[in-house]
Ligand binder design. Structure first.
Ligand SMILES: C[S@@+](CC[C@H](N)C(=O)[O-])C[C@H]1O[C@@H](n2cnc3c(N)ncnc32)[C@H](O)[C@@H]1O
Length: 187
C-alpha cells in the first residue's frame, strides 16, 4: 500500500533522484552509518562518499556497518566537524546529506549545533555541482530544542532564489515535532 513517507524516507527519495553511479557525495552526519551505507550503495564502485562525524563511537559504528556490507572502499570517514568539510573535499559534489540531532542510542548532549550547522550547510551549498542537492532532515523539540531549527530556517529563507531552489516539507497535523525535510538544489 502507498503511504506518505516520513522525512528521512523522503530525503532518500530526493537523493535517489539526483545521485547517479560514479558520483561524489557527502554524509555530513554519519551517526550509525545508515545514510552513509545508503549513499555508498547509490554511488556504486566508481563513486565516492565522504563521511563526517565528531564522535569515535559514530565513526566506528559506521565503519562496522560499511565493512559488513562490503562498501568501505568507496567511503572516506573523517573525524571532524562538517563545518570543516571544505578542508577535505576539493572537488564538486552531487549531494550532501545532513541528518541533524544526536546519535541514536548515544549521548543526547553531543548533538549538532545551530552555529556549526548553518556554517556547514553554507559550505555544502558552495561545494555542490550545478544540479546538485543538499538535503537536511531537521529534528527538533525534545532534547534537540528549537534553536537549531529556527537558525537553519532563518538562514535558508534568505538564500537567493536565482542561485538555489529551497524547499521545506513538514507534517502539520502530527504531535511531538515530527522532523522537517529541507532540499536545496543548486541552479
Ligand atoms: C541523528 S545522528 C545521524 C544519523 C545517521 N545519519 C545515521 O544514519 O545513523 C547525528 C550525528 O551528527 C553528529 N554530529 C554532531 N555535530 C557534528 C558536527 N559538527 N559535524 C559532524 N557530525 C556531527 C553526531 O555525533 C551524531 O552522530
Amino acid at each position: 500500500m502507498q503511504t506518505i513517507k516520513n522525512s528521512l524516507g523522503q530525503s532518500h527519495d530526493y537523493i535517489r533522484l539526483f545521485v547517479k553511479e560514479g558520483d561524489t557525495v557527502v554524509d555530513a552526519t554519519c551517526g550509525n552509518g545508515n545514510d552513509t551505507a545508503f549513499l555508498a550503495e547509490l554511488v556504486g564502485e566508481k563513486g565516492k562518499v565522504y563521511g563526517f562525524d565528531i564522535q569515535d563511537r559514530a565513526l566506528s559504528n559506521t565503519k562496522k556497518r560499511l565493512d559488513g556490507l562490503g562498501l568501505n572502499e568507496r567511503v572516506e570517514l573523517i573525524k571532524d566537524g562538517h563545518e570543516n568539510m571544505d578542508k577535505y573535499i576539493n572537488t564538486p559534489v552531487k549531494a550532501v546529506m545532513f541528518n541533524l540531532g544526536y546519535l541514536p542510542g548515544g549521548d543526547h548532549s553531543i548533538g549538532t549545533k545551530p552555529e556549526t550547522t548553518v556554517h556547514a550547510i553554507n559550505k555544502a551549498m558552495n561545494l555542490l555541482t550545478k544540479g546538485g542537492v543538499v538535503v537536511v532532515v531537521i529534528y527538533y523539540g525534545g532534547d534537540s530544542g528549537f534553536e537549531e531549527k529556527d537558525r537553519v530556517m532563518e538562514f535558508l529563507t534568505g538564500i537567493d532564489q536565482k542561485e538555489y531552489i529551497v524547499m521545506k516539507t513538514e507534517f502539520i497535523n502530527q504531535a511531538n515535532c515530527p522532523p522537517i525535510l529541507v532540499c536545496i538544489e543548486k541552479l
